[in-house]
Write a protein that binds this ligand. Sequence first.
Ligand code: CP
Length: 363
Amino acid sequence: MSEEIEENRQTPFLEPPLDSEAVRPEPSDLFHNNPINFEVLQELEGVNILEATQFSFEQITELCKLAAILEKIEVWPYHPLDGKIAVTAFFEASTRTRISFESSVLRLGGKVISIADGTTTGQAKGESLSDIGEMFNAYADIVIMRHTETEAPDQILENLRIPLINAGNGSGEHPTQALADWYALLKWNPSLAVYPGTGGKNLHLGILGTPGSMRAVKSFLLMALQFSSHIKKVTIISEMADPFGEDVIGHLRNADIVYEVKNDIQETVADLDIIYMNSIAFLGDSYRSLGARYKLDANSPLREQAVILHPLARLDELDKSLDRTPHNLYFSQAHGAVFIRQALLLSVLGRLDTLPDLESIKP
Ligand code: CP
């Protein structure tokens, strides 16, 4: 066995090795001297979570503050979701989203019914999602669903009367991924949680991918518009001349944000403060044909303070040589997803009032 494999076997997933320089921002800076506004979070009770634009700036930042407290406690001695059952209905493969949601529910004392593979449901026999939704009403208190079809949330909502969280719908949206993305960024730079920022528009955001057809990229970009008072420019790096699609371009045009499209990440990488990457293997044309123009590694000319986000799973676009560098915010992003999803579940399921006195949590 090689030394590297032996070392990886001894390293728990998402825990960087001791010599890693990967960014692990301290959560307390988000809530220190900054009490949570629970009234803002209560607005989410019973609400379907379908798209990034449904969140206000205040809802995002208050969710992040609650997540930071939950992350700081880490081992939660209370059971605020006691008596609640979540169905995780995944009709498309997932590593992070399903497991982190299930971990969130279980850590908060709730119970989970897990559908890891949609072919084990009646859908394999031709059952409609609207009929499946009617059944879920009787079995659970919330549904967290991923599906290959963009229309899937609309279909299940025909009969669903308990809240639905969209965990990714085809080329549509992935709103809780965007919450996890921005939670990582707010921990990295807590001044982003202040509106309007006092430092002015000082961040150059690069997004590698196609917002019009990649759901994580789309939701991340749409949520970024809430932070436009901090963003100098958004550069989309895509092989497509028009990577946006009608929906996204409409939001961009209405936002106070400067944006541009580039064809090659190497042209712009040295100027970026935040780089959001996504796998570009699923666009029809093979990723490999795109070559080095879309790839980053530890030798890329990144700014010293630049951080990289990636919703994962990655392919060749994000080289493992970056894992132990100070540019790696992507492991923190994946780790923090458990806590931001806890904050969201507590809000949607109306269990905020069962939390203990959070003011007593010391940074
Ligand atoms: N980030 C993300 O959606 O990962 P999974 O596909 O593994 O859930």
